[in-house]
Design a protein around this ligand. Sequence first.
Ligand code: HSE
Length: 442
Amino acid sequence: MSSSPSKKIRIGICGLGTVGGGTLAILQNNADELSRRLGGELEVTRVASRSLQKGQAEGVAKTGTDPFAVVNDPDIDIVVETMGGFKPAFEVVKQALSSGKHVVTANKALIAERGNELFAVAAQHGVNLNYESSVAGGIPIIKSLREGLAANRIEWLAGIINGTGNFILTEMAARRCQFEEVLKQAQALGYAEADPTFDVEGIDAAHKLTIMASIAFGIPLQFEKTYTEGISRVTPDDISYAKELGYRIKHLGIARRTERGIEMRVHPTLISRKRLLANVNGVGNAIMVHGDAVGSTLYNGPGAGAAATGSAVVADIMDIARALIAGVDHPVMPALGYQSLNSELPVLSIDDIESEYYLRIPVLDRVGVMARISNVLQEHDINIDAVIQKEAVSASVPIVILTHIAVERQLNKALHAIEALADVSGPINRIRVEPLLGEVRN
Ligand code: HSE
């Protein structure tokens, strides 16, 4: 076993975009601090970047454009994959693991959709595949779920896990500005994905939720079963009505263990403005996790950006480097934190979840319309909690209703019947309301 302070761990980075660039900058700028923590040295010896000049400008010894040159370099101990996407990232990671190299990736799509295969390859070859930065940028949520909360049976988690979406909703609420305008700003700030529909349609958040749910409940990664709904249908009017009722609208990822199975869902959600999560603004991310022993815990911080995400990548590198320096050859932890996963636990369809609901129903301003809508809800056993009806300024006027808890399948039947009423002049906007999210602020 070697613990020589001069031990050098050699790192190769594939991809020098926002995350890879942030990672390299931290490794260079904080080199002394990292060495003192490790009792060894981290050296980036090779990088692959689409832009050759980037690597050269950073003074890395070997630079090129081919990520497989990094993977095949026999001197490299840890391969960092910060290219994103599947091609060639999947092959790069698989080949690195198969050749006995440890891998750190920031690639949430890759982990959420192909992680089951890649974790198996890592286990087979006795190496680590670390992915802290794939969820919630700089917040160490993977470590918290997998290690810090390992004593607990996790009951639920809920989080704001897409910085771009949160930035857009925050700006729309503060300035009543248009969705497209704020999206452009988020892109300019480097928060948004290359394809911003991943952010606004909830795919990015669904990747992250899938990963967290697997660690929380010890289930295989099942991205295809995560219900995904984006924020593009939330309007400034919805934000105003929600505010009038004491709520804010956040784009949440929610995973819950119920007696019937696991809920995994990403959608806009009304939460009381007194809740902690309602007060997380801008590009910030925050995740509440409820464990049976610890109760509710909250993790808050920057969810995107070069330095924040690079911070999580470097933490993963440090974990592997510590083990290498200590002479520990094998991963100390299975990738999801469980030696045996529960593949039998069903993931519930969105139709089977229970929630409260906000409904914005455009109606014609006619006598008795409110009573007719109430009747349909009553026939479907759906209880009304609050109602707002505005004065008519045109032929169509919105009725806004908050319901008590209902099963989604039953609610859908009621909405279908309401939309069929002659008084209803357009589609109903339905947003789920989540009452169970942590402590009320004083
Ligand atoms: N586009 C992502 C976000 C970046 O906005 O949260 C971090 O995953």
